[in-house]
Design a protein around this ligand. Structure first.
Ligand SMILES: [Zn+2]
Length: 277
């Protein structure tokens, strides 16, 4: 992407190749190496910043190179100065001992330049997609981006990762309740759901045995009825169901899952007024 921008900006005729291609020709071994040393990285960034400034501030660089003070320009109020070929902001902390030199005189960049956006994007990814304040603070250690806050916010808004992390889930519309959940003026447990849970260990004399619990729930009032059974067999379930019917009355319809004991019981039940679904 940058190669395209460089040729479009600096070498429209195409007769000149970018400087890095000549450097790669001179070093065939490094041409096939993907390892970049810190010195090479810093040098590359410096070269890129020089190109951006040449593109953005050609008149200002010429004025500063002649030792003149830039007065009528975007960067005039930033007290610009030329250091090693790049325009830097002359801050008020030049006397600070512990502050790095690049932080004392950050390089000035235009916010709407493509490479500036790429630099912000790279720093945003390097600092693990943190917020705008962190990103701006990290960038200010080396660059002074004019109207940088808006560009930083725009970069974060464009970041696919940040967009995904900010998106709120769409809560699906709740479905309609079935008719047996809405049956009004009916005796409790007219429509009953059932399931089994357990086992629980109980002590009988000096031995331990397992017990299961059948839970009957009224589908309208959500009332529950519990019956303890000795096993998960059809016979035990039939005994629990009989106890339930004796206590709560015969339900109109019973809803359950396809548990083996429930399926077996549904085959045995021959009551005319009772259907098991
Ligand atoms: Zn991000």
């Amino acid at each position: 992407m940058f190669r395209f921008w460089y040729k479009k900006t600096f070498h429209k005729s195409g007769e000149l190749n970018p400087p890095w291609e000549a450097a790669m020709e001179n070093n065939k071994v490094r041409q096939h190496s993907f390892t970049v040393s810190p010195e090479e990285y810093r040098s590359a960034v410096k070269t890129l910043v020089e190109w951006v400034q040449t593109d953005s501030f050609p008149k200002e660089i010429a004025e500063l190179a002649k030792g003149r003070i830039v007065k009528k320009a975007k960067i005039a109020r930033l007290s610009p100065c030329l250091i090693n070929g790049t325009i830097c902001l002359k801050s008020r902390i030049l006397q600070a001992n512990k502050v790095p030199a690049e932080q004392k005189t950050p390089e000035i960049l235009l916010s709407d330049h493509h490479l500036t956006e790429l630099l912000i994007q790279a720093e945003h990814e390097r600092c693990a997609h943190q917020g705008s304040e962190t990103l701006q603070n990290n960038l200010s250690g080396r660059f002074w981006i004019i109207n940088g806050r808006q560009t930083v916010l725009r970069t974060i808004r464009k970041s696919p990762w940040c967009r995904l992390s900010r998106v709120s889930p769409v809560i699906p519309e709740m479905g309609q309740l079935p008719h047996y959940r809405l049956a009004a003026y009916q005796r409790p447990f007219t429509f009953t759901g059932l399931d089994t849970f357990g086992p629980f260990t109980v002590t009988v004399g000096r031995r331990h045995e397992k017990r299961w619990v059948i839970i009957f729930t009224c589908l309208v009032t959500r009332a529950i009825h519990l019956e303890v059974v000795h096993a998960l067999s059809t016979d035990e379930f039939m005994m629990g169901l009989s106890q339930f019917i004796d206590t709560r009355g015969t339900p109109d319809t019973i809803y359950s899952d396809n548990g083996t004991n429930f399926v077996g019981a549904s085959k045995e039940l021959k009551f005319e007024s009772l259907g098991v679904v």
